[in-house]
Design a protein around this ligand. Structure first.
Ligand SMILES: C[S@@+](CC[C@H](N)C(=O)[O-])C[C@H]1O[C@@H](n2cnc3c(N)ncnc32)[C@H](O)[C@@H]1O
Length: 250
């Protein structure tokens, strides 16, 4: 189903968390191709307008895109009165191209916005291992003096920052050094979406994704005990997503 028809069917203030991975206008497929940047922005602002009323009063919205497009989207969301939380940089451990007149692209942006400041954020559920193991081993015993107080490391790891070093799906699934053909052109890594779901929702919450692709958000939601609703305009992707949701396998 098209996202605009789908969003019309959802009650206002019904969604706890929206995880949105929309077209980027990179012309990788028909669904990712727009006549101009302005046309792309018109489409983007239209689905954002349709989506915002569906979020609960303390709901949360994550939007993936290129850094360039995200600059426009950020400004639009701020003007709509949403609360900016983070510009998350996803370091893809991958190259998007072989630029010779500028630095090669290797990142995507994930904008994290909330409707108000009363949002869910389970920072303890997304802790990461500390980087300096030696220093931490020492600190566990004696602590480290910080501003006159002794600091002891958290046994569950450090707080999660806003730069995420996560290998893209294409590069994660290499066979004999070659990147395999994926069933979807641009699937998001499950670990990224799981981190978002853990941090910004609770068990039983409703998560929405109106550009589902092969269902990464739905799979993460199901695995973590959340409910999900979503659509994609491609029948082929929906059928792959349904299979994946059932079996857990791509
Ligand atoms: C970037 S992909 C999403 C990939 C997904 N996150 C995953 O991990 O599989 C964007 C998706 O949007 C879908 N799409 C494009 N235009 C749409 C529209 N107007 N309504 C609904 N889906 C649309 C495409 O078919 C594509 O699968």
């Amino acid at each position: 189903m098209d996202c605009f028809d789908f969003l019309k069917k959802i009650d206002d203030k019904a969604v706890d968390l929206a995880v949105i991975d929309p077209p980027y206008n990179l012309r990788k497929a028909k669904w990712d191709t727009f006549k101009s940047h302005d046309d792309f922005l018109d489409f983007t602002y239209k689905w954002i307008d349709a989506l915002i009323p569906k979020l609960k009063r303390n709901g949360t919205l994550y939007i993936f895109n290129t850094p360039y497009n995200s600059a426009f989207i950020l400004s639009y969301l701020v003007n709509k009165g949403l609360v900016f939380q983070n510009w998350i940089t996803w370091d893809k451990r991958d190259g998007m191209g072989g630029a010779k007149k500028k630095y090669s692209n290797g990142q995507e942006t994930i904008l994290f916005f909330t409707k108000n400041k009363n949002h869910v954020f389970n920072y303890n559920d997304i802790r990461l291992p500390y980087d300096s193991t030696e220093r931490i081993a020492h600190a566990k015993i004696k602590g480290i003096l910080k501003n006159g107080k002794r600091w002891f490391p958290n046994p569950n790891g450090k707080l999660c920052g806003e730069v995420w070093h996560i290998t893209s799906e294409r590069h994660k699934n290499k066979v004999n050094g070659k990147t395999p053909k994926m069933p979807h052109l641009t699937p998001k890594p499950l670990d990224i979406v799981e981190r978002i779901v853990r941090a910004s929702s609770n068990k039983g919450d409703i998560i929405l994704d109106c550009f589902m692709g092969i269902g990464t958000t739905a799979v993460a939601a199901k695995k973590l005990g959340r409910n999900f609703i979503g659509c994609d305009s491609s029948k082929k992707y929906i059928s792959l997503a349904n299979k994946r949701i059932k079996t857990g396998k791509i």
